[in-house]
Design a protein around this ligand. Sequence first.
Ligand SMILES: *[C@@H]1O[C@H](CO)[C@@H](O)[C@H](O)[C@H]1NC(C)=O
Ligand SMILES: *[C@@H]1O[C@H](CO)[C@@H](O)[C@H](O)[C@H]1NC(C)=O
Ligand SMILES: *[C@@H]1O[C@H](CO)[C@@H](O)[C@H](O)[C@H]1NC(C)=O
Ligand SMILES: *[C@@H]1O[C@H](CO)[C@@H](O)[C@H](O)[C@H]1NC(C)=O
Length: 388
Amino acid sequence: MILSSFSAVALAVIFPFVWAAPTIKQVRSVTTASERLGLKWIGGNSTLPKVLVLFTGGTIASGSAYGALDDTQYGQLSISGELIIARNPYLFNHSQLAVSNWTTKDSSTGTNDALVMNMTRFAHDALCSEDSDIDGAIFTHGTNSLEETAFLMDLLINCGKPIVGVGSMRPWTYLSFDGDANFFQAVMLAGNPDSRNRGVMVALNDRILQGFWTTKLTATTPDAFGQVMGGELGAFLNNMPYFYNTPTTPIQKHEFDISAVSAHPSYPALPKVDILYAAREFDGRLVLNAKSNGAKGVIIAGTGNGGIPSGDKEISEAMKTGLQVVVGTRSPFGASSPARTSTWAKSGYVHVIQARIMLQLAIASGFDMKRTVDLFEGSLRKAIGQPL
Ligand SMILES: *[C@@H]1O[C@H](CO)[C@@H](O)[C@H](O)[C@H]1NC(C)=O
Ligand SMILES: *[C@@H]1O[C@H](CO)[C@@H](O)[C@H](O)[C@H]1NC(C)=O
Ligand SMILES: *[C@@H]1O[C@H](CO)[C@@H](O)[C@H](O)[C@H]1NC(C)=O
Ligand SMILES: *[C@@H]1O[C@H](CO)[C@@H](O)[C@H](O)[C@H]1NC(C)=O
């Protein structure tokens, strides 16, 4: 849109006398992504940033029938994106909003790769197509799997527009619902020009986190989210975002082509990849079982820097039949470091939950085991002088 009005102005300057009404009509009749996707903008001030709300439910959409003290058994009541917005009149002094409803009766973004892929395609279309008139997006999400969707979107949507994952740890019926402030802050972040080119971010509990490194570190408190690597990007003060640093990109981040991933036969689902957790007496037959259950890949949360106590023989056997294997670390922090000679890939600093998604996207993009090894280990090997 900016480009077409610029060229209209340029044309008008260059050819003031041949400027004709039909051309103006043509320029103006080009549809916007919002029109094409049927998005209805609310807020009324058309000079403010347009922030798309991808609403998938989660605790932020839940209430409890057991009263204001319950934050473990809720889910009997629900609240829509529109109602959360209605609780926050301040939003419209800073943004225009349109809600896209991704809640379903029978599946959830916490359980269903296909639903998340469909939403990611929609967000990619809305934000990154040539006719996009949208400044940024937020997605509300259950906090148990928010990090998975954030990571997936980070690897698939890279046109520089901000995308912010948000949720709440407390239902809206609780003594002090954290969802109102988290939602407001996520919208402020997504509408902020300084948020561009920072990858997918997560806004919870006054923190601005980098989606690539974010995980739920604490199961039950409002301050649940943190990063396994890198620093937090910034914080909210007076509910407004402040970045400590200019944008950077994680070295291990690989941008996958969403149309290649969508062309894989499993689409809209992703190839099946399971996570196994290693400990003393690790049973390698679990890897063979995963393969016979239909897995195309397996992530093993290894010990320390990616050790596997036992089961090498079975893992090699499963790999001979085409299973791809990536070994991470069960430690919350630090690297699973490359072996001198790779059999399977070691995940480097990519956490096992995220390594699963990275392997799914690699398999869907046609990577073989050799390319997968390079995807996970390449930059690290080069840095430590241990090329393959
Ligand atoms: C719309 O937003 C702009 C930018 O914040 C502000 O200057 C203007 O007063 C607003 N208009 C109305 C009608 O509120
Ligand atoms: C929106 O901004 C106007 C003008 O600054 C202010 O009077 C009003 O109180 C604001 N509304 C909210 C809900 O903050
Ligand atoms: C969102 O979709 C769900 C499932 O189809 C539906 O139950 C719910 O009413 C929708 N919410 C709104 C606000 O339209
Ligand atoms: C994903 O989108 C496709 C195409 O619109 C649809 O057929 C399918 O039911 C969707 N899957 C889920 C889980 O939403």
